[in-house]
Design a protein around this ligand. Sequence first.
Ligand SMILES: Cc1ncc(COP(=O)(O)O)c(C=O)c1O
Length: 307
Amino acid sequence: MWRNGDIIPWREANTHVSAHALHYGSGVFEGMRCYETVDGPAVFCLEAHLERLYNSASVYGIQIPYARAEIADAICEVIQTNEFSSCYVRPLCYYGSSTLGVHPAKCPVEVVILTWPWATYLGAESLERGVRVTVSPWLKFQSQMMPTTAKACGQYVNSILAVRDAVSRGFDEALLLNTEGHIAEGSGENLFIVHDRQLVTNDEGHSILLGITRDVVMRIARDLGCRVETGALRLDDLLNADEAFFTGTAAEVTPICEVDGVQIKTGRRGPLTERIQEIFFAATSGRDERYKDWLHLVAPQPVEVVC
Ligand SMILES: Cc1ncc(COP(=O)(O)O)c(C=O)c1O
């Protein structure tokens, strides 16, 4: 892994127990995937993830002491050093040790990049069979309480409460409602509902993290000729949907087959979800020319010399 400018072995990547972030969650991070593509390993939507990382940091006043290009190069270096053809990538910028006052004051900003192989997030069969979800008794915090569009460490205790509750009751994932009673999102995913080939998802006005996979799926769906709308997602709309699915870097495009015991339509992956999945995975593996811009190759390509 990478820490403050150097590649170091995983076992040596220690932090002091007095680190501010360990006590108060004062850090920001990203979750990206590097996919095996026809041109070699490539990080999917690297630029968009870095944009969100720096925006999250800015909201919390965390000054990342590296330029975006340096972080991008460091990510590629860690993947290459590990010789991964595909993996998950986790850059984390957090306040280290100095004070344990709530104000981080002079705490240093530490930057680390972890990579590890990570298979399907919601279980091996979930991409085909779909997941069973439950409405969480925990509400998603609203943007005046915490910036929902930032990906900050401490914000995830809300998701942890929700997913722990869901799993303890035998479900795969939680759906969190917002303070207005509409669906916000999963503990780590955005939600799409399909009605008559029209997709509906929500936006930052509904207390969600603006997912990068969400943007990718909106583009794919529009290119397929589908209408994509953003607006409030009511529980009723979900229960009466033709299809529903989660999007996220970890969950990719995962069908939802059941909500609190109520089947969505047939209770199986819907045809549009399947088509979007196919195109999504063609894009992540570099097999769809239209979406090659989303891939950031880890190793520079040799320049072709024409004689
Ligand atoms: C709370 C939450 N919502 C949505 C998402 C999906 O975001 P993305 O598609 O950028 O991974 C994530 C994953 O990072 C998340 O943690």
